[in-house]
Design a binder for this molecule. Structure first.
Ligand SMILES: Cc1ncc(COP(=O)(O)O)c(C=O)c1O
Length: 414
């Protein structure tokens, strides 16, 4: 860690952060809750909860429609969230940010709308490290358009094999779709380099930022991506909402994803005309309360400081990793050089689900299974792993509680 990073980390106060998360202060199965499943969905600070309650109690009405003051207030709050998200990822303006139901819908939107320009023989390059959300929409697109999905391989360390990837990006490639951060191993993928490779052959690139935005500073312009997708619930906000960034000149040329109210300019029996982005892609009444909560989550992360939180999470995760690596019976998945705060592991002779259950009996909540990443499991010849993923509220003591609970599991399995 550099001196500057170390100074930022030292200014981080995990106790103050924990005090903001009411749910963490409870016992599960007679033990203090140790929540290590933030990668699946993060817990919510009271600032987010209060913002959502407040909009429902004081400012709620449908947005973009009413001529009355309350509707105007709700619209202002809704659009203020869009503005916060645009600033958070350094989008050139808020019209480049589309509200979706989550990262999954964001990726489906691009596959459905942008994907219409693909034809037979065209290729979509994704990777073996992806969440199913960044594979299945492309397979559906390939089936519709007669295109083909190609998988860039990953190495034994759990990194993208860049030599192989370079060879796979060719004139046939029309879309490159890659995770910014892996949900199984925390690997940070070289998105900027992938963007350069994609653009060199005239392709566009979509980065799935679900596991990146809560932990790393994201700058969509610096990364050079054309699309960036992420979910609110993984960044301490509510479920049911996410964001898609799209490069404005590309969005301007994309057809609607769904039809309905809010997205049209005119509707006649002979046909309809559509609004400009982002509204063209937001058919129907949006998730108004959730959008306000999403904005409050961005405010919260900004107030804590993403860099300080990220450095803290790495420290806690590295401590857990060191403790787990010291146990002969534990096998960790991958060893990427550049990673965030996620650990996938197995205990020899025990199924990941049993590990998860025994850990739960000790108050430690982890995820067990395929993590919606079957191609990763296949790559490593596994059926499942246990996964501990860390958020800004986790402590060094919790890393130790994880190790202690795993040691107990080893004892039980002999
Ligand atoms: C890397 C990655 N991409 C996409 C998703 C899908 O996100 P959502 O279910 O919020 O749409 C997840 C969720 O676990 C993820 O980890």
């Amino acid at each position: 860690m550099t001196v500057a990073k170390e100074m930022v980390r030292q200014n981080f106060n995990v106790d103050a952060v924990r005090a903001d998360f009411p749910i963490l202060h409870q016992q599960i199965n007679g033990h203090d809750l140790v929540f290590l499943d933030t990668g699946a969905s993060a817990q919510k600070p009271r600032q987010v909860i209060e913002a959502m309650v407040s909009v429902m109690q004081n400012d709620y009405a449908n947005v973009h429609r009413g001529v009355y003051s309350l509707s105007q207030r709700a619209t202002d709050l809704f659009e203020a969230s869009r503005h916060k998200i645009a600033e958070f990822i350094n989008a050139p303006n808020e019209d480049a940010v589309i509200f979706t139901r989550g990262a999954t819908e964001a990726i489906n939107l691009v596959a459905f709308s942008y994907g219409q320009r693909l034809g037979p023989g065209d290729e979509i390059l994704t990777t073996e490290i992806e969440h199913h959300s960044n594979i299945v929409p492309w397979q559906l697109l390939a089936d519709r358009q007669g295109a083909k999905v190609i998988f860039a391989p990953i190495t034994d360390n759990g990194e993208l094999d860049m030599d192989a990837t370079r060879d796979l990006i060719t004139d046939r490639t029309k879309i490159v779709a890659a995770a910014h951060v892996s949900n199984t191993m925390g690997t940070i993928l070289p998105i900027k380099e992938l963007a350069e490779l994609a653009h060199r052959v005239g392709a566009v690139i979509l980065a799935d930022g679900c596991q990146a935005a809560p932990h790393l500073k994201v700058d969509v312009q610096d990364l050079g991506v054309d699309f960036y997708a992420f979910s609110s619930h993984k960044i301490y906000g509510p479920t049911g909402i996410g964001a898609l960034y799209g490069r404005p000149e590309i969005l301007a040329d994309m057809p609607p994803y769904q039809g309905g109210g809010e997205m049209i300019e005119t509707v006649e029996k002979t046909g309809s005309t559509f609004k400009l982005p982002p509204h063209r892609f937001e058919a129907g009444t949006p998730a108004i309360v959730e959008a306000v909560g999403f904005g409050a989550a961005i405010d919260y992360v900004n107030s804590v400081g993403l860099e300080a939180a990220g450095a803290h999470e790495i420290e806690v995760c590295s401590h857990a990793e060191k403790l787990l690596r010291s146990m002969r019976e534990v096998e960790l998945l991958g060893r990427p050089n550049s990673k965030t705060s996620v650990l996938s592991f197995n205990v020899k002779g025990a199924h990941a689900h049993d590990v998860g259950t025994i850990l739960d009996q000790q108050g430690v909540a982890i995820r067990a299974g395929q993590h919606c990443a079957q191609t990763v499991m296949d790559r490593f010849g596994l059926h499942a792993t246990a996964r501990a993923s860390f958020g800004m509220y986790n402590t060094m003591a919790e890393a130790e509680a994880l190790a202690k609970a795993v040691a107990k599991t080893i004892e039980i399995f002999g």
